[in-house]
Design a protein around this ligand. Sequence first.
Ligand code: F6R
Length: 308
Amino acid sequence: MGVYEDITENFSKFFRDANEFGREISLKPFNYIFIAGMGASALPGDVVKVLKKDVPVETVRSYSLPKYANEESLVLVVSYSGNTEETLQMYNEALRKKCQIIAITSGGKLSQKCLSDSIPYIKIPSGIQPRASLPYLLVPILNLLNYDMQLDSLYAQIENSILKGKAKELAEKLQGKIPLIYSSIPPVSYRWKTQLNENAKIHTFANAFPELNHNEIEGFENLNGEYYAVFISDEGDIVRIKKRMQLTKEIIKEKGIDVTEIAMKGRNEFHRLMIEMYAGSLTSVYLAELNGTDPTQIDLIENFKKRL
Ligand code: F6R
């Protein structure tokens, strides 16, 4: 199975399956959560940071943990393959610092290290591209943290054919353009960007409100490419953010740039977040299809890793 099928057909099944993972481990008390990973394996950290309101959460995409990680920190080491060098180094550091470690991986060196160090790890299914495995990377962490996802009412939203139809229409509009993805929730625009990078294999800008009003907006003075803007608003946006989005939209439309708006409604914050991100995944694979690009292959990432 490739990324196209995994995103368009298998994604809700992945959520269902993933719900089995992460329940068996009980955590010792902690006062800080670090989520250590790279690429798609780091994204769950950004999502958990949005959802968990009772404890500081920090995603670490690096070779080392911050100095202040210590015995009272929970370090979730996430690597789909289990072979990502930066992540393995952070694992070693967490071990040295005597942090509470739980790993999430489909295998590789990380699972071997966990076994030899007697560190608990959640073994997720192998054979999927990490970026299509978001449910397997994220849901076990939320189970571990006892976050109530109410998954039963998410599946139908993922399977909704209207969402797929809209993503197809948007992919057509984005053909030949440089996407500008603007949201009030940083991981949402970032997920869109990385999905468009990795699946459609194009450059994309992503930014979030209110920050983009302090810098990126100036780029509309001297347009240096053919852009298309996607605005993603969320039911939880505060009034000032809504106003900023409206004004920014007006300004960039005046500059001749077309805009598609996605307004996410619903009472469940987790579901809104997942669907906002999923719309980006769908759009990216439909755009790949339109461009005759295979969304599964990531030759440049793999060649790069080899040459390193
Ligand atoms: C590939 C992908 C990448 C990987 C990253 C880290 O589908 O999305 O961003 O996630 O290269 O690799 P893992 O996830 O195996 O640690």
